[in-house]
Design a protein around this ligand. Structure first.
Ligand code: FMN
Length: 356
């Protein structure tokens, strides 16, 4: 039986275990979206994970969702990530960059730009982050057909920078109600051009973004994260099995490094998607609003259902040595939400390995 501690061959990279650190925005970047020495220390401390996936990184300015998140669209930003990837590699780890375009989940006070989206539809009853605190989600500017292609290409450009910065690959953030998920959604995407309408239209942006990244850096270095049916940030999916089945069918021939599914819909649907995807599948057994973080039992359950790798998010925050703690059955330290976003080094790089 497969265990979390078996190794795995991921698109030519040997992972020493099946435990992936899920992408987590921590809102601690420097000015101008630069990666910092503290970020290098944070990721290097967690390098015993089979694979690290970085926090969401914006591929351009308009794609920035929160204040103090990092970018990969300037030379300086690219350069700043080298300290992170070098520190991870020096500690024997591997790291993919998560490319996250926030689309309509952004604010002009954060970027100086009106957020963009598939349609001029604001997320309902949603407060977005801004430098002065949470504010109602603004109405985004609807992208023209030509501009949609430009935003899709932003992932490819950032992917090139990620490889130049020493990342082992990239994960396109297609989950949690951000730009790709907005295009997949039937209430955020009301377009009548080729990027909207029926399922074939709604998957078009995701497929174009992925194909662009594949052409730029190679399929073995590209993954995508999806959260079927999650409805996060008011991006509601309809026809979940058909929508995501169609998307995986389009992605299947590309030979991607992986698909990363959040367990945000019923188990039968997720198992069906597993069957529809013969490549590497990472499952995050939880979802961002679940009261309890992913634990060993949930991880083993999904391994038994056919996941190849399991991602853990919150458990990594207070447990840099999570792999060892899981292996040896050591206590998992819980942390409060107050350390999640911002706050400098405290609650970020201040957690130690288990002390015997
Ligand atoms: C502080 C925090 C930040 C997060 N940021 C991201 C992100 O940038 N990109 C992403 O895809 N998911 C993000 N997530 C979701 C996690 O990757 C994960 O799916 C979620 O926490 C559920 O898994 P868990 O129970 O193992 O924590 C974030 C979650 C937390 C707690």
């Amino acid at each position: 039986m497969t265990t979390l501690f078996d190794d795995y061959e991921l698109a030519g990279i040997r992972l020493p275990n099946r435990i992936v650190m899920a992408p987590m925005t921590r809102v601690r970047s420097g000015a101008e979206g630069l990666a910092t020495p503290s970020m290098a220390a944070y990721y290097a401390q967690r390098a015993s994970a089979g694979l690290l996936i970085s926090e969401g990184i914006q591929p351009n300015l308009v794609g920035q969702s929160n204040p103090l998140t990092p970018g990969l669209y300037t030379e300086q930003q690219t350069e700043s990530w080298r300290q992170v990837t070098a520190a991870v590699h020096a500690n024997g780890g591997r790291i993919f960059a998560q490319l996250m375009h926030g689309g309509r989940i952004s604010h002009p006070d954060t970027t100086g730009l009106q957020p963009v989206g598939p349609s001029a539809v604001a997320a309902r009853d949603v407060m977005v982050f801004s430098p002065t605190g949470p504010q109602p989600a603004p109405v985004p500017r609807e992208l023209s057909t030509e501009e949609v292609g430009e935003q899709a290409k932003s992932y490819a450009d950032a992917a090139v920078n990620a490889i130049a910065a020493g990342f082992d690959g990239v994960e396109l953030h297609g989950a949690n109600g951000y730009l790709i998920a907005q295009f997949l959604s039937s209430n955020a995407n009301l377009r009548s051009d080729r990027y909207g309408g029926d399922i074939a239209g709604r998957i078009c942006f995701a497929v174009e973004a992925v194909k662009g990244a594949v052409a730029a850096i190679g399929a073995d270095k590209v993954g995508i994260r999806l959260s079927p049916g999650a409805g996060i940030w008011d991006a509601i999916d309809q026809d979940v099995p058909e929508l995501y089945g169609a998307l995986l069918a389009e992605l299947a021939p590309l030979g991607l490094a992986y698909v990363h599914l959040e367990a945000t819909t019923d188990e039968d649907t997720l198992v069906g998607l597993r069957r529809a995807w013969s490549g590497t599948l990472i499952v995050n057994p939880s979802d961002p609003n679940a009261p309890v973080p992913t634990d060993r039992a949930a991880a083993e359950h999904w391994l038994s259902l056919g996941a190849d790798l399991i991602s853990f998010g919150r458990a990594f925050i207070g447990n840099p040595d999570l792999v060892e703690r899981l292996r040896a059955g050591l206590p998992i330290q819980e942390v409060g939400r107050e350390v999640y976003f911002g706050g400098g080094d405290q609650g970020y790089i201040t957690y130690t390995s288990h002390q015997y």
